[in-house]
Each structure stands twice: as structure tokens, then as C-alpha cells.
Write a protein that binds this ligand. Structure first.
Ligand code: N01
Length: 554
């Protein structure tokens, strides 16, 4: 745990005002910073959050082994020098409890809870064109009007429901990694089943295996995972970062993913000799993190370059996993490395050497149903006391289309995005004036360091609102043509890469019926920020800015 001084807990809002300049939806890291930043503009801000406290992702994902896959020194707010000095991370990759503790510390430090109502879900946000106001309602009967709605609802915050036949009759306990019970779950000595092998499962499995009686993992698609090499945060790393923090931050902001890796190159794989290629891959493996993606510049662009890395990881899996049949099942096939988010693990593959752990490939024996006592596949029944579903999220759009948002002419966001989301710069949609979506679809968000991306969006929104105020505007709406152009650009950039070849949540492929499209901007954080700067410099190009009062008087 961190060494920061414990502060007195700031009290949440007890009364919802009838009106605020800005309503912020969500109190994760984006929402918390939004409150702080918008208050600095002298505007009234009020927020709602479904959880009982701040933290967002780190509030809900309390599953065993949950930790960040971005280094703690990079996954930290950058907006306050005082905050940077007051908080020290204890591990290289922070655990969920420590990140949640940090969120609570920040909420106390900046007295953020006073304008947030917790345990409250938004049921509708409806734009009144005549009044140029949003009417927001909650499941607690609250009603509030505002000029601006800012959503900070996360990209991966709607867990997929486990729609398995018979689940309602299961006599044991079942849980979802993405909505892990706050009171905790006891698996010691029990028969546990884990369904799914994405990032959440890959962190959960080694932890649960340590004390479960027996653990069976049900895998549909084997995932690429590389070692995190977690441990205490090394002193030299802290010195490296904080000796010249402004300089370090600039370096992060000029990077593609809001992080800087030890191994980076401008050279293509073919420019290295076969010996050099293997040396670089080995070096990347020993460094851990996502260094493997920095081995060759064309690793996610060229199938041959990608295959070098994929074969290398396949060999590592065969080396690690003692049972050859299990090793073969764990070897990812059919999609390029890195095109489903690369996982970082602590002993994931080695966990399958334990006597109490088994792997079932559900392509060989599909899940038929959940029974009263366990899980039935086409071959046998697996008894269970506890089933852990780690089956992912309705990513990017799921958290937004369920807010009951209706824009101009009563059009719902859900219907506007029926054939796929179109979101100008990943922040605003035509037909929805004065609605900003932090880390919305087609933003760089999930392909970068989320803390930097959310700070960037919130700062940009604050600048935009200030500009409007200073120039007498009170309504802003993304233009159709600019939005189509951004959608075409994001698609074009994605199609240059190997990413569309995987059935990933990036592509919406993990949710039945969801339109298949790449849902993030893959052109790099540096280019993304440059585009926002250019848009702002040209008077918020691509947005229609207007004054509702002038129109009323005309
Ligand atoms: O979800 P996922 P996640 N029957 O969608 C399987 C972030 N994150 O929660 O690949 C059986 O990746 C599914 O199989 P398939 C990170 O961005 C970060 O693990 O669709 N299986 C897959 O194996 C990450 O990418 C951190 O064939 C079913 C798994 O369930 C994102 O969140 C930690 C199934 C879902 O994997 C999502 O990760 C955790 C079914 N019906 C998460 N449906 C860190 O910072 C799905 N699956 C470290």
C-alpha cells in the first residue's frame, strides 16, 4: 500500500440541485478529474455515479489478481504537482486495491464527493432544443437541468451477461470479474470453474489456483500473454521519472501509446538478420511489458513480422507448460499477436502445471448448459461450487447507449449508432449538442494510457467551454461532414494494420449482433493530440457553434 497520509473522507452530496452548468456522468478517473477541472472554470458541476464511491473500473473490478497493465508511475494523474509528491506507488504495476485507495485519496484531497450523488443510475438525458438545456433523470427520482452533459462512463464498464442456459438453477455461487462482489468471494478449497481467457481471466486464474481445491478453465480462444515481471517499484525507476517530470511527461505525450518502452525501433523486421530478430525477441521477453510490440516497427502491420513474434511466444509456451497437450491448447492461433489486447501476466502459463488446474478447450467440447451442480459440456459435467465468468464487456458503445440519451428531434443515441458509432474525434456526435463523451468510440483511449487520454479530453472540453463563453456561444454540435471524415480516417488507419483480422472487442466482435468496425483510433496518442490542437486552433473546426439567445430574439 502507498505511504500517503490518510485524509479525512470527504462527504458526498446530499441534495441534488435543480440546475448545474455541467452534469458529469460517472465518477471513475475521468469523472473525478472532470469535477476538479470544471470547477476551476467557475462553473457549477454536479455528478452521478452508480457505485457507492469513486474509482470506476477499479471500483468494479475487484477480482483476485486485478492490477493495471500500465506501469504505476505512468498510470497516475499528472494535473497536480502536489498530488504527484504526496503519493508514492508501492509496486511496478499497481494492484486494484491500491489504485482504488489512490482514487479515494484524490477524492478526499480535492473534496470531489461533495458534488456527486452515489448509488444513482442515469435513466435519461434528454435535450430540450428550445431551452438549449439537457434534462437529466435518475433511477432515484432526481431531475436536474444543465447546459452541458459530460459522460465519463469508461470504455469497458458494461460486463457481458453470462447467457448460459440453466444458470438460474445453479446451486453454487457465480460471479463476474467485471462486477466482483464488494464483500469478497471465498474460493479456498472449492471446486472453481473460470469461463474465459482474456486479460481479466489471465490475472484471476493464477491467484485462484493457489488456494482453490480444483480449478477448471474453459477456453474459447487462446490468448497471447507476456510476463509483467511485477515487483516493488524500483527506486531507479522513480528517480528516472521524477528527476525531470515535465520532461518525462512531454516524452509520454509525444509517444504513440502514452507510455515509453525500453525496446523501440524504426526498423522493419526484415531489416534485422534472423539472429538479431531472435535476440530482440528474447530481450523483449526478458524486459516484459509490451516491449515485444516494439521489437520491429511492422509487428502489427506485416504478417511475416508478426509471425516471428507469434512463433517466439508459442515456443515460450511450449517451454513453460509441461504437458504437451495442454501447451498446444494454450497456443494462440488464427489471429496476429497483439490484435486482441496483449495480456500481461504473473505465471499464467505456469499455472497449468499445477496438479489442481485443468484446461478445457470449448471448441473441442462446447458448453451445453449450466446444471444445478456445475457445467455440462458435450463430453461431461464439471462439478462446481463457484463459477467465475470472465467473458468481457460490451466495450466502447455499451456504457453510452444505455444512458437513455436523446438529442435533437428526440433521436436516441442508441438509434443514431444502430449501424455503428460515429463520434467526431471520439468526443461528440452530430444531433447531440453540448454533449461531450470522454474517451468515446473512435478515440485513442483504450490504445493508450487512459489517464493521459482522459486528462487530455477533459482539458480540451474545459478549453472549448471557455472559448464558447468568451465568444458568446452557448451551443456546440459536431458537424455531420466532419464526423464522417473522422470515421473514414479512423477506419483507414485501422485497415492499414493487422487489427481488423481478430475477432476482438476492439472490433465489436465479442457481442452478438454488434456492427463489426474498429472502435478506437489507432493512429497514436501523439497524432491524436495534434489533431485536437489543430481543431481548437481553427476555432473548433468541425463543430457548429451558435448562440441560442440570438436566434430567440431574431
Ligand atoms: O475480456 P475479453 P476481459 N463462452 O473480452 C471469452 C481490459 N483489462 O475482461 O476470445 C465462452 O478480453 C472470450 O473468448 P473469445 C483490457 O483492455 C485490462 O478479459 O471471444 N467464452 C475471452 O477469452 C482487456 O482487453 C486489465 O473467443 C467466452 C474472454 O471470455 C479488456 O479489459 C485487466 C464467451 C473475454 O475476454 C477486456 O478484458 C483486465 C462465451 N459465451 C481487463 N464469451 C489490465 O489492466 C466470451 N468468452 C491488466
Amino acid at each position: 500500500m502507498s505511504t500517503a497520509t490518510k485524509l479525512q473522507r470527504s462527504a458526498p452530496a446530499s441534495v441534488v440541485p435543480p440546475h448545474a452548468d455541467i452534469v458529469v456522468i460517472g465518477a471513475g478517473f475521468g469523472g473525478m478529474y472532470a469535477h476538479h477541472r470544471f470547477r476551476q472554470l467557475g462553473l457549477s458541476v454536479f455528478g452521478f455515479e452508480q457505485g457507492t464511491d469513486v474509482g470506476g473500473t477499479w471500483y468494479w473490478n475487484r477480482y483476485p489478481g486485478a492490477r493495471c497493465d500500465v506501469e504505476s508511475v505512468d498510470y497516475t494523474y499528472t494535473f497536480s504537482n502536489e498530488l504527484l509528491e504526496e503519493w508514492t506507488w508501492s509496486e511496478r504495476f499497481s494492484t486494484q486495491p491500491e489504485i482504488l485507495e489512490y482514487a479515494e485519496f484524490v477524492a478526499d484531497r480535492f473534496d470531489l464527493r461533495r458534488d456527486i450523488k452515489f448509488e444513482t443510475k442515469i435513466v435519461s438525458a434528454i435535450y430540450d432544443e428550445a431551452a438549449n438545456l439537457w434534462n437529466v433523470r435518475t433511477d432515484q427520482g432526481d431531475a436536474i437541468t444543465c447546459h452541458y452533459v459530460v459522460t465519463t462512463v469508461g470504455c469497458l464498464s458494461v460486463p457481458k451477461d453470462p447467457e448460459f442456459e440453466g444458470l438460474e438453477n445453479f446451486k453454487g455461487e457465480w460471479v463476474q470479474t467485471g462486477a466482483w462482489p464488494k464483500e469478497g468471494v471465498d474460493w479456498a478449497g472449492k471446486n472453481v470453474l473460470v469461463v474465459g481467457t482474456g486479460s481479466s481471466a489471465i490475472q484471476t486464474i493464477p491467484e485462484v489456483a493457489k488456494t482453490a481445491g480444483h480449478l477448471t478453465v474453459f477456453q474459447r480462444t487462446a490468448n497471447y500473454s507476456v510476463p509483467a515481471y511485477n515487483g516493488p517499484l524500483p527506486e531507479h525507476r522513480q528517480k528516472e521519472v521524477f528527476a525531470d517530470y515535465p520532461g518525462y511527461l512531454q516524452m509520454l505525450k509525444k509517444s504513440r501509446g502514452g507510455q515509453v518502452f525500453e525496446l523501440q525501433t524504426d526498423s522493419m523486421a526484415a531489416e534485422f538478420t534472423p539472429e538479431q530478430q531472435q535476440e530482440r525477441l528474447q530481450q523483449a521477453w526478458e524486459l516484459g511489458r509490451w516491449n515485444i510490440q516494439g521489437c520491429f516497427r511492422d509487428i502489427t502491420l506485416n504478417e511475416d513480422a508478426n509471425k516471428l513474434a507469434a512463433d517466439f511466444v508459442h515456443a515460450k509456451i511450449r517451454e513453460t507448460v509441461k504437458d504437451p497437450a495442454t501447451a498446444e491448447k494454450l497456443i494462440p492461433r488464427g489471429y496476429p499477436l497483439g490484435t486482441k489486447r496483449l495480456c500481461l501476466d504473473s505465471d499464467y502459463y505456469a499455472t497449468f502445471n499445477r496438479e489442481n488446474v485443468d484446461l478445457v478447450d470449448i471448441n473441442e467440447e462446447p458448453i451445453v448448459r449450466i446444471t444445478e451442480g456445475g457445467l455440462q459440456t458435450s463430453k461431461q459435467e464439471y462439478p462446481a461450487d463457484l463459477i467465475i465468468f470472465a467473458i468481457g464487456f460490451d466495450a466502447m458503445t455499451g456504457p453510452l447507449v444505455n444512458l437513455g440519451i436523446e438529442g435533437r428531434g428526440g433521436q436516441s443515441l442508441k438509434s443514431a449508432w444502430h449501424d455503428g458509432p460515429e463520434c467526431y474525434l471520439g468526443i461528440a456526435a452530430p444531433g447531440f449538442p453540448n454533449l461531450f463523451m470522454v474517451n468515446g468510440p473512435s478515440s485513442v483511449s483504450v490504445l493508450s494510457n487512459m489517464i493521459l487520454t482522459l486528462e487530455h479530453h477533459v482539458d480540451w472540453i474545459a478549453d472549448c467551454i471557455s472559448y464558447m463563453r468568451d465568444n458568446g456561444y452557448d451551443r456546440l454540435e459536431a458537424r455531420e461532414d466532419a464526423t464522417h471524415e473522422w470515421a473514414a480516417h479512423t477506419e483507414m488507419v485501422a485497415n492499414r494494420t493487422l487489427f481488423p483480422k481478430a475477432n476482438s472487442w476492439y472490433m465489436g466482435a465479442n457481442v452478438t449482433g454488434k456492427p463489426r468496425m474498429f472502435m478506437a483510433y489507432i493512429g497514436g496518442f501523439d497524432n491524436y493530440v495534434a489533431r485536437f490542437d489543430a481543431v481548437a486552433a481553427k476555432g473548433f473546426e468541425g463543430f457548429d457553434l451558435s448562440t441560442s439567445k440570438v436566434e430567440e430574439n431574431a
